[in-house]
Write a protein that binds this ligand. Structure first.
Ligand code: URA
Length: 243
């Protein structure tokens, strides 16, 4: 059965994820009245929300585990935790009880690789300009940029918050009326790729992040998420410490 609403998790799944018992074993513990949520006896269908304290026989269950996820963000979702315009937030797409937050931002109209974690230290390091973790985007732009525009994108573009650092820019192909570019930047300024491309005269029509440091989307479907594999986490930690 699906967990609902998003960001809560069914109690038996929570207990199973915390290593207390199998889901079936957890159901038996709940039925026997051994499990409480915030001091109240739990029911078989109870849900656990982030921040709630679950006890078994009076003993609190597992502090939040450090969780590292990759999401293939669809267009139309915001990466803030709430949106005054009522657009859906990416956390609604996740099925974890841990309070993960996005690492950096993607615009609502940008799709692709978004990391989410509750490891504040790693998130901080990944976002720190000192480490310059590269992020690669596939951009469809209107018009066909010539070598002068491409050189500007590569060498640095003057934006209203300063000149951008050197970027890698490749033309992957052409589309009707446009070009497909692969752009790798080592900064994370607000709407940076869109602003860079507009400034040189080639506005972005579609934008997708295809890589974050050593990680790529692979076959992850749009809207799907998964935990990082141990070797991916190790590579990410290394990138975050300038490795
Ligand atoms: N650059 C943009 O313009 N938008 C994003 O979401 C990320 C990078």
């Amino acid at each position: 059965m699906a967990d609902s609403p998003a960001s809560t998790v069914r109690l038996n799944k929570f207990l199973a994820q915390s290593g207390v018992a199998s889901r079936r074993g957890a159901d038996a513990m709940i039925a026997a009245g051994r499990v409480k949520i915030d001091g109240q006896a739990a029911q078989p269908g109870s849900q656990v929300a982030p921040g709630q304290v679950v006890t078994v026989d009076g003993t609190p269950v597992a502090a939040e585990r450090l969780t590292y996820l990759m999401l293939n963000k669809p267009v139309g979702y915001v990466t803030t935790m709430e949106d005054p315009e009522g657009r859906p937030t990416v956390v609604k797409l996740l099925d974890v009880v841990e309070r993960v937050v996005p690492v950096g931002r993607l615009d609502a109209m940008t799709s692709g690789l978004l990391l989410l974690t509750n490891d504040g230290d790693l998130a901080y390091k990944l976002g720190h300009p000192k480490h310059g973790v590269p992020k690669t985007y596939r951009a469809i732009v209107r018009g066909l940029p010539g070598s002068a525009a491409l050189r500007k994108l590569q060498q640095g573009v003057h934006l209203d918050d300063g000149r951008t650092r050197p970027a890698e820019v490749k033309v992957i192909g052409t589309r009707s009326g446009g070009a497909e570019l692969e752009i790798t930047i080592k900064e994370g300024r607000n709407r940076q790729v869109r602003r860079m491309c507009s400034t040189v005269g080639y506005p972005v029509m579609e934008l997708e992040r295809i890589a974050y440091g050593p990680l790529t989307l692979g076959r992850l479907g749009i809207g799907a998420s998964r935990a990082l594999k141990p070797h991916e986490l190790e590579a990410l930690r290394s990138a975050a410490s300038g490795g």
